[in-house]
Design a protein around this ligand. Structure first.
Ligand code: ZN
Length: 247
């Protein structure tokens, strides 16, 4: 299933963590996928991932799953900050500039993800994008990444709710109970957000990350009714939902 021709030295030991998360990235590199692999295997880059998926569906394995590859950087999810210690990183070869993901590539990626889910017993709510775990720094795997196609293969969490009302209901600086509720939902899902009832820049960026994953047809960081409905639905599908008091 994998090509083992590239091996990266950019890893260390996982810190007391069981693997329970997958983080998806795009390479955002010009040139071939092998060029991208070579960079991820270059000691100077100080970055790596466990797997890289080429446009034609070829999968390269760069770091053994048992090690901590260096793909997530400064990141956060559901209370933890050392995402590299608990995750497997998958790079998808894509320029990151409005380039569609070929069917073959997504097909192969789904096979790889299903293999990893079985192998490490990863739950469906822990399949995330780099943009989910580092929303203030990263946008990958990007606005065009087809999360819905993964869901069609049984991967991840999705919501089919649609209300076609995406007029913004807040302005920067607004303070309200609705904003507090939205922030609590985002926090319960796993995002790194301060619950302060204010629609501030951080909240806007995190709503944008949520939309990039769950409402890619309109990614503007604005709070609108459709985003609110989707957020509630996604939130209710997350296992650890009862940890928060949502009044
Ligand atoms: Zn990334």
């Amino acid at each position: 299933m994998f090509i083992n021709k590239f091996k990266s030295p950019n890893y260390n030991q996982r810190k007391n963590s069981k693997i329970d998360m997958l983080v998806l990235h795009y390479t955002a590199m010009e040139g071939s996928c092998e060029d991208a692999c070579a960079w991820l295997c270059n000691e100077l880059s100080q970055v790596s991932s466990h797997y890289v998926v080429d446009r034609d569906g070829t999968i390269f394995s760069l770091v053994d799953d048992s090690y901590r590859a260096w793909h997530a950087g400064v990141s956060f999810w559901n209370g933890s900050t050392d995402i590299n210690s608990r995750s497997i990183g998958i790079e998808i070869h894509n320029l990151g500039k409005e380039e569609d993901f070929p069917k073959k590539q997504i097909g192969s990626l789904c096979e790889l993800i299903n293999y990893l889910i079985d192998r490490h017993n990863i739950s469906r709510h822990n399949i995330l994008g780099h943009s989910d775990v580092a929303p203030e720094r990263k946008k990958d795997p990007g606005n065009l990444f087809p999360w819905i196609d993964l869901y069609a293969q049984g991967i991840g969490i999705w919501s089919n709710k649609k209300i076609e009302d995406n007029k913004s209901i807040t302005n920067i600086g607004d303070k309200s109970k609705i904003i507090k509720k939205i922030q609590n939902y985002l926090k319960a899902i796993g995002y790194n957000i301060n619950v302060n009832s204010v629609y501030d820049n951080q909240t806007k960026i995190i709503i944008e990350a949520f939309q990039r994953h769950w409402r890619p047809k309109k990614i503007d960081g604005c709070l609108d009714l459709e985003t609110e409905v989707l957020l509630h639905d996604v939130f209710s599908q997350f296992k650890y939902m009862n940890k928060l008091d949502l009044d």
